[in-house]
Structures are given as C-alpha cells and as structure tokens.
Design a protein around this ligand. Structure first.
Ligand code: TRP
Length: 331
C-alpha cells in the first residue's frame, strides 16, 4: 500500500481553507493509502518558541478537528512530531544536502519572513524548517502529500533532498508528490487572497452556527456594487468562491451567478443561502467534535497509539538511512 504523510502546525483551530486544501483529500484517501497525519509541534515552535503553552493547547484542538472532519483513527495514524526523534535526526543529515541560499529562496519562507518582519535577524530554526519538513515527509517514505497550494515549495524542496540523498548514498528515500485540493486557494472572508488565522479572516470548523452565520453576513463581496439592482462581479468574489466550493446544488449557484451579474439578486439573499449551506456542512463536524470533547482521554489514547505506530515506521527508515550513510556501526 502506498503511503500518505501530511500534517498541520498546532497553532490554532483548523478552518475552511484547511478543509478544501487538504482535509477533504485525507478523508477521501484514507482507505486507499496507509495514511500518516502529523501534528507538527516542532515546526509550530519555530515561530512560537516563546509561547509553548499555545502550541501544547492546540495539539488537542487540531486532533479534535481531525476527528470532526472524519479522519478515522482506525485507518489513519495520527502522530505528534516531537515524539519521533528520528525526524530531528534526519533533519541534521539533510541539512548537509541543502544550501543556505536555497532555503531562503523558498517563496513561502520568503513571504513568511517578510510577514513576520524578521529583517536580517532570521532565526536559523525558522529558515531551515523546510528541511525539517522534508524529514517529516520522508521518515515514513511517503508517496503522496495532500496539502494546500502554499506548501508546494516544501514538496519541491523535499524532492530535491531525496534525489540528492539517493544519488549520494543509494536508493533509500521515496520522492513524494504533492496533492492539491479541489479549490486551489480559498480566499478569506475579507476577500484577501488566503484564509489565514494571522489575518483574522477565517471561518473555523468549530465555529458555532451563529458565529459562522455572522461571518458570512459580514463577508466582503463586490465593493463597487451599492444596490442589489447594480450588475455585480462574480469572479474573485469570495461569496461566490465559497458557493462554488461548498454548495452541492450547482444549478442554484449558476442561477445566483446569473442574477448577480445582471443585478437581479441582493447580496443578502446570496449570503443567507451560503450560511445555510456552510452550516449544513459544519453541523455534523460540530457533533463529532463535541462527542470527543467529552472524552479527551480517547484523544490522548489515539495520539499515543498513532505516535507509537509512526515510531516503528521511523525506526525502519532510520536503519536503512544509517546503513546507507555508513553510520550503522555495531549492527
Ligand atoms: N508546513 C505545513 C503548514 O504550515 C505543516 C506541515 C508540517 C506539513 N510538516 C508537514 C505538511 C509535512 C505536509 C507534510 O501547514
């Protein structure tokens, strides 16, 4: 069986962007692949090292979100990154195979450095997290990595490291492929290009019905449209992007779009319907989440067992890596 590895930083609850980017693929593929899903606490600490309590608290929140969307712990191995020291060990070896210039050329890292205002004072741990992410993906020799579009540079970096490793030491590692969600990039409720916690434009999977509805009713639409009789713009309008992403009734979406373009429907009607659609999607997730919230011992058990399974896979890979690198001294 081919393997999947993917994961999330535990820095907050997961939102609709995570759902269309990666979570839907994980739920869909967990029968066909041996799937590993990582709660990447080590990576979360690269830019939250001063706030470890936040990272710790969100490990459980993310695990609850996984249960909420229907990731099945009997099919999927859920693990905590820091409890697999082999990943840190692999990272050290991979660092030899990457130049400083190359990690800083990574467009996602570049954006983040700008956004965080590091200037010339970039913590080394942060700059090299794509190398650590290559270790995340390869510790179990994953074939496929379901991720959002912003993670493509990380998979590209991983592929380069794998090729370099294999050409130097022999064919041990697997070159992974990225799998992108059906909507390339979900805009924020503010119309920004990306739904992101740090931008405060998210609808969270765990939002209550009232919160989700309020956020939808306040969504950015076509700023040039003042009256419902004005012709409106559908392209790039987040209300319509969300309808296309989440409304299963395609005829209704087409009808809304036609009427919006010709000034025959108000924003309020389109938004009200979107709120209903989203709440229908989120309601079963809220219910599954609350079941596990009442039984956090079960979440701990899932994480412990998953981590133990992942540790076995990591040990298998490590023994191949040590042999290939000629550091398997007494075996
Ligand atoms: N960098 C990813 C994010 O910010 C999280 C992540 C960590 C990840 N390790 C991974 C994703 C390995 C895929 C594979 O969302």
């Amino acid at each position: 069986m081919k393997r999947i590895l993917t994961g999330d930083r535990p820095t907050g609850r997961l939102h609709l962007g995570h759902l269309v980017g990666s979570l839907q693929n994980r739920v869909r593929l967990q029968d066909e692949y041996e799937q590993f899903v990582m709660i990447a606490d080590v990576q979360a600490l690269t830019d939250n090292f001063a706030d470890p309590q936040k990272v710790r608290d969100n490990v459980r929140e993310v695990a609850l979100d996984y249960m909420a969307v229907g990731i099945d712990p009997n099919k999927t191995t859920i693990l905590i990154q820091s409890l697999i020291p082999e990943i840190a060990e692999l990272t050290v070896y991979y660092l030899n195979l990457v130049t400083l210039e190359r990690v800083l050329r990574n467009p996602t890292v570049k954006d983040e450095i700008k956004q965080k205002g590091y200037g010339k004072n970039i913590p080394v741990g942060f700059a090299m997290y794509p190398v650590s992410q290559a270790a995340d993906i390869t510790f179990c020799r994953a074939n496929l990595v379901p991720v959002g579009e912003d993670q493509i540079p990380m998979i590209e970096q991983t592929r380069e490291i794998v090729r370099k490793f294999n050409s130097l030491y022999g064919e041990v590692l697997v070159e992974p492929e990225a799998l992108i969600g059906k909507i390339k990039r979900l805009p924020g409720t503010d119309g920004g290009t990306k739904m992101s916690k740090s931008l405060g434009n998210c609808i969270y999977l765990a939002d209550s019905k009232d919160e989700a509805t309020r956020k939808v009713m306040n969504m950015y639409t076509d700023p040039n449209r003042i009256h419902p009789t004005d012709p409106g713009k559908v392209e790039g309008n987040p209300v319509f992007v969300y309808h296309e992403a989440f409304n299963p009734n395609k005829d209704e979406v087409q009808d809304f779009e036609k009427r919006y373009r010709s000034g025959k429907v108000g924003d309020v009607e389109v938004k009200k319907r979107l709120a209903v659609v989203l709440n229908e999607l989120l309601e079963p997730m809220r219910q599954r989440r609350s079941k596990y919230e009442e039984n956090l011992g079960e979440i701990d058990r899932i994480l412990k067992e998953g981590t133990a399974r992942a540790k076995k896979a990591a040990e298998e890979t490590m023994s191949l890596v040590r042999k290939a690198m000629k550091i398997d001294y007494f075996s």
